[in-house]
Design a protein around this ligand. Structure first.
Ligand SMILES: [Zn+2]
Length: 330
């Protein structure tokens, strides 16, 4: 069974709990984060018999033998947007966000564009899990922009222009040319966006160390703009060869949508540079992490009074221990 991230599968002996705390899928005693939108199933496990008949392998981004994520096609759901919006779980999510219908539709249209579709008509052709991803990102953006609307941190120029800033990128990836490009772009992005709450996005090839795409004209709060040229560059390059670099004027580490975006676009790794000069590198390994799970874990901690920053650090440390992400604070 699997909840927090798609594709979870585990074996337990009778009367034992799964490692996510559930006794069975949808266990009412388990944390909400493990059961909302759960589509898990329980099957008998008999050693030597493939009781799932390969079904557990049918998901996007499963692991190949080499341990590298590969895209596996999932069937189109055929579920229309109207039908999707009638689902109770979806209605609950919209209600919780406090977004108006028109605002939600706009955000969903943008999210579809971000994923390379021209409009919402293509929604029907997406597999069910990707339909969930579209609404999750759309709603998340609505909440994020409300929560951080006034955080427009000025760049810490002293820090980003110091030789020490440049040096901390040394050894980050295998290639020194790649590291240098990342450092240079981080400095340029924060300088450009100082005192605003808009974001720049730069994609760097891990193989050549060259910038392959740049989006610097976004005007929306706290989100990067996926221009046609950025989307084309992603299509042109092999999966897991690009590193994304973007800024956070909120001075908080990567968010759930950053992890989702990394998965959607098959980036090799991601860099978030904060306006105060702090830099975070993040990469998903093994089963990875869904943005929804990541944000739910952060919410659990912030509800106890922890700051957004500390909660993100805590959750990333935990996920790193579990082998689901690779994370470095530079
Ligand atoms: Zn971000």
């Amino acid at each position: 069974m699997r909840c927090s991230t798609a594709g979870y599968s585990a074996h337990v002996k009778p009367n034992e709990r799964f490692d996510n705390g559930c006794r069975f899928p949808g266990d009412p005693e388990a944390p909400a984060g493990e059961t909302y939108n759960c589509r898990c199933t329980l099957v008998a496990y008999i050693p030597g018999h493939d009781v799932t008949a390969g079904r557990e392998k049918q998901r996007v981004g499963s692991l190949s033998k080499a341990g590298v994520k590969e895209q596996q096609p999932e069937a189109a759901s055929g579920r229309s947007l109207e039908k999707f919006l009638e689902l109770t779980s979806v209605q609950r999510r919209i209600e919780k966000s406090g977004m108006s219908k028109s605002k939600l539709m706009k955000a969903m249209r943008e999210e579809m564009r971000k994923q390379g579709y021209s409009d919402l008509r293509a929604f029907k052709t997406l597999p069910k899990s990707r339909q969930q991803g579209v609404i999750r990102n759309a709603v998340e953006r609505g909440i994020t922009s409300k929560k951080y609307a006034n955080k427009m941190a000025k760049a810490d120029f002293k820090r980003i222009n110091s030789p020490k800033f440049f040096k901390k990128f040394k050894g980050l990836t295998g290639g020194e040319k790649v590291n240098k490009t990342i450092a240079k772009e981080c400095r340029a992005i924060v300088t450009h966006r100082s005192g605003t709450n808009s974001e720049d996005l730069v994609l760097i090839s891990k193989e050549t160390g060259k910038v392959v795409a740049r989006s610097t004209a976004a005007t929306k709060e706290n989100e990067v703009k996926y221009t046609t040229s950025v989307l084309n560059a992603i299509k042109k390059h092999k999966p897991h060869t690009l590193i994304s670099v973007h800024n956070h004027a909120t001075n908080i580490p990567p968010t759930g949508s950053d992890f989702d975006s990394q998965h959607t676009h098959s980036y090799a790794g991601g860099i978030v540079v904060l306006h105060n000069g702090e830099v975070h590198y993040y990469e998903q390994t093994g089963v990875g992490v869904s943005g929804w799970y990541y944000d739910a874990k952060i919410d659990e901690l912030t509800l106890t009074g922890m700051s957004d920053y500390d909660a993100a650090i805590e959750v990333m440390s935990q996920l790193q221990k579990e082998g689901r992400i690779k994370w470095t604070k530079l």
